[in-house]
Design a protein around this ligand. Structure first.
Ligand code: GCU
Length: 430
């Protein structure tokens, strides 16, 4: 009796450690600026051999590949190459969408040359009145394409989703009630009025967002014979979501209505982490936008303000590569920080947005990443950033690097979209 009771207790304890409960009961985010420890950021313009990078050639040929590899190996994991050509199927389209103002296309992207799964459904709206090809904003969504607008013609996603009563999810599937439930985050009319197209896909089509040992989604396609899960330096879910964005870009290159030179990739929160990693790796994205991406996205890990590396790795063990765990409560050992992720986007424009009440995402840490990426932008001959201090609330700064901190909390609002469109207009010469 006694032994079996202790055994049960031990099993419960092991179970809670595994689920992160024990560690998380103790996690108290630091929101006190005076308690941010001293830290020394790695210099994006010093090569690992100690030499300074003083010209574009050395940046492009030596330092950029070095940083790209460090971030892949230590943070998000390496991204595999595309396994042959993709297949696309236009599942639905209309020239009379949204009251006749828009063209709608729903395109199924098959991730392998020969199988029905995995696949991702792209929803694309294009402004009907605009001359083609049009510039485009692409962003992944959290609960299916049908949530971004109440348009009844959007295919209702059949994919697995996280349970969420407010979004009308029943038994992990969308229902008719789910339609339009995320519309406030997608300023579709504004985007179309400004002459831009909008494309979106459900992130769970690429990899469902739960820790299942990478059995579902896109990872199994790339496992070698006998390999059970990605190696410690191979991609997790954020890597997969970024990969999906690049496959959407592959499709845009085939669509004559879309200006492939003017595609901006945008993402919110975990999907902002993904848009940054997509924009860093895939130079076809002309502009990269991070909305409230926080820890593991735009925010500096070394500041340890709000969410931390250890906390994010324990609660979301599938997001990053296993090597990232090396830095749990050990941020000073990082050979890179997230200013270098933004530097990888240079000289292409990048915009980072924070919200003042979103302290969990560390607005100041997001700002500082942009600031410390600026030397690379300057070296490459761009206008850089332009700010040296955090701007006032709701006052966007727009150099080649852009930033704002808006009133309110963790969300995507019309204010954010308007800033992104202004920034894109500026850089696309519109
Ligand atoms: C959690 C997580 C964040 C993430 C956010 C989101 O809050 O801790 O890192 O950005 O979820 O994606 O909504």
């Amino acid at each position: 009796m006694h032994t079996s009771k202790s055994l049960i207790l031990v099993l419960i304890l092991i179970g809670s450690i595994q689920s992160g409960m024990v560690a998380e009961q103790k996690f108290e985010p630091n929101y006190d600026e005076s308690k941010v420890p001293d830290y020394t950021l790695p210099d994006p313009l010093i090569l690992s051999n100690g030499d300074k990078v003083i010209d574009t050639k050395t940046w492009n040929e030596k330092r950029r590949p070095e940083i790209l590899k460090l971030i892949a190996d230590q943070v998000y994991g390496k991204t595999p190459a595309r396994p042959g050509p993709l297949r696309y199927q236009v599942v639905e389209s209309s020239d009379e969408a949204l009251g006749g103002n828009a063209i709608r296309k729903q395109v199924r992207v098959f991730f392998t040359p020969d199988k029905a799964e995995p696949k991702m459904d792209l929803l694309i709206y294009l402004p009907k009145a605009a001359d083609k090809p049009v510039p485009l904003m692409i962003g992944l969504n959290f609960y299916g394409n049908h949530t971004i607008h109440s348009d009844p013609e959007i295919l209702l996603s059949e994919s697995w989703m996280r349970q969420n009563d407010d979004k009308g999810i029943v038994d992990n599937r969308a229902t008719e009630k789910s339609r339009g439930t995320s519309a406030s985050r997608w300023s579709v009319d504004l985007i179309l009025d400004r002459g831009y197209g909008l494309a979106t896909a459900y992130y769970g089509d690429i990899d469902p967002d739960f820790d299942d040992g990478f059995k579902n989604g896109i990872h199994p396609v790339f496992l070698k014979d006998g390999q059970e899960k990605p190696a410690p330096d191979e991609w997790g879910s954020i890597g997969a979501w970024a990969y999906g964005l690049s496959r959407a870009m592959d499709y845009f290159e085939e669509d004559e209505d879309i200006n492939q030179e003017q595609v901006a990739v945008m993402g919110h929160s975990r999907l902002g982490k993904s848009s940054l990693w997509a924009g860093a790796q895939d130079e076809r994205f002309a502009i990269t936008i991070s909305n409230d991406s926080g820890c593991g996205g735009a925010a500096l890990s070394m500041r340890r303000f709000g969410e931390t590396v250890g906390r994010i790795n324990r609660v979301f063990p599938h997001w990053f590569c296993d090597n990232f765990n090396t830095y749990n409560e050990n941020e000073d050992a990082l050979p890179v920080d997230h200013h270098m992720l933004i530097a990888l986007i240079a000289p292409r424009p990048a915009y980072v947005a924070s919200a003042v009440d979103d302290r969990w995402a560390d607005p100041k840490g997001e700002f500082l990443s942009v600031l410390h990426a600026e030397p690379v932008y300057k070296l490459l001959g761009t206008s850089g950033f332009g700010a040296t201090e955090m701007p006032e609330l709701d006052q966007p700064v727009m150099g080649t690097l852009g930033y704002h901190i808006r009133t309110g909390g963790h969300n995507v609002t019309d204010f954010d979209w308007k800033a992104y469109l202004d920034f894109a207009d500026e850089h696309f010469g519109r």
